[in-house]
Design a protein around this ligand. Structure first.
Ligand code: PSV
Ligand code: MN
Length: 387
């Protein structure tokens, strides 16, 4: 059994991962969205479900919202969250489900439509004031499908202008994080396709604008940990959207497809000073299409915790010595030793010592909560992607 030192445990104790409200609603593919018994019908039920994840893991004290999907009375929602032991977090804007945005939103040629998209972000900032949220997360679905379809450069200029207007509305303690994604729904060009574009756009805004790195938004084979290192080096890594992928933006459980990649990312986070640093928000951005949603989220936060523990086990001194000596195989061995260390028994013991279940997945399954919500939540419309 591995021993996790008091220093490592104190880092792990402070770890907080923000959950996406939409992970508790139904989702699917363009082929089918499946319903699940007990799916929340409103934001209040989503918060209650998210609180279960925190209750069993002590890892997830904050829930991110998506506007307009989570529109409601935000004073009530804030109180409801507090009653359930969680807080409301990042507000996600949505400019991808309105007819007007077919050809763009913050980049649109038509100033009326562009202003409508800017106004939507102003409304999101109002929500942030009511919820006490710090971050406005912007992911844009815009771009083009065919070469020659658009003036890509003019769109960058309009994007900067729109972002400047949104940025100017932020409160002193609020931030804007701009997410990038290399394709989809646009297939030829995307207006914010990569970290460099996001960085260029936010750097021109100011200190309160940062980059959001979604681990599912890169071409296959991309060295994501290099990007993490670079953004931390530049002081512009604002947040993570954690998930995992096999092919595209699969939004699968973080660490499920490639645990080693998650380890490598977390090692760079630690080395770059991003762990438990309030500047760098750890969030999940996932959809649970076929698995139960609450245990899907519990599994996810545990995966992040386990890989963080392994990454903290890297003997940094030995690694630095091997690197300085250009001892290729020794450096790699130090790295791999930590990756191959099974920290699960030590984490289970530690959880129990803090009054948490040793096995949060089993404890949730035994709690009867899933059966209760399936029986209670009858009638109404289940929340879902777009509902
Ligand atoms: C779409 O790709 C997406 O998954 C983005 O990653 C956003 O963060 C999320 O949806 C919510 O808008
Ligand atoms: Mn995302």
């Amino acid at each position: 059994m591995s021993t996790l030192s008091p220093t490592i445990l104190s880092e792990l104790e402070r770890q907080a991962i923000e959950l996406p409200s939409w992970a508790f609603g139904n989702s699917g593919t363009r082929f089918r969205v499946f319903g699940t018994p007990g799916t929340p019908r409103d934001p209040f039920e989503k918060i209650a479900d998210a609180a279960q994840v925190h209750k069993h893991t002590a890892l997830a004290p904050v829930v991110a919202l998506h506007i307009p999907w989570d529109m409601c009375d935000f004073d009530d929602l804030r109180r409801h969250a507090e009653d359930h032991g969680v807080a409301l977090g990042t507000v996600n804007s949505n400019t991808f489900q309105d007819e007007d945005y077919k050809f763009g939103a913050l980049t649109h040629e038509d100033d009326t439509i562009r202003q409508k998209a800017i106004d939507h972000h102003f409304a999101c900032i109002d929500v942030m004031h009511a919820t006490g949220s710090r971050d406005l997360k912007i992911w844009l679905a815009e771009g083009s499908n065919y070469p020659g379809q658009n003036d890509m450069r003019a769109r960058q200029e309009r994007l900067q202008d729109s972002l400047q207007k949104i940025y100017a509305r932020l409160g002193d303690d609020q931030r804007l994080v701009l997410e990038y994604k290399f394709f989809e729904p646009s297939f030829y060009h995307t207006d914010v396709p990569d970290w460099g574009t996001s960085y260029a756009q936010v750097a021109a805004l100011g200190d309160k604008a940062m980059v959001c790195l979604d681990t599912g938004h890169h071409a296959p084979g991309t060295n994501i940990e290099f990007i993490v290192m670079q953004l931390l080096r530049l002081g512009k890594l604002g947040s993570f959207d954690f998930n995992s992928r096999f092919y595209a933006d699969d939004d699968l459980i973080v660490g499920a497809a490639d645990p080693f990649q998650l380890f490598r990312i977390l090692f760079e986070v630690i080395r770059g000073g991003g762990l438990n640093n309030p500047e760098v928000a750890f969030m999940l951005d996932q959809c649970h299409n076929i698995e139960d949603k609450i245990p899907g989220q519990i599994r996810s936060v545990l995966n992040v915790q386990e890989m963080t523990a392994r990454a903290l086990l890297v003997d940094r001194e030995a690694l630095a010595a091997a690197q300085t000596a250009n001892d290729v195989l020794a450096a790699n061995a130090v790295f791999m030793d930590a990756f191959y260390t099974d920290v699960r028994p030590a984490l289970a013991d530690w959880r129990e010592s803090r009054g948490l279940p040793a096995d949060p997945m089993a404890a949730y399954a035994a709690s009867g909560y899933q059966q209760r919500i399936a029986a209670d939540r009858v009638g109404g419309t289940q929340a879902g992607w777009g509902a």
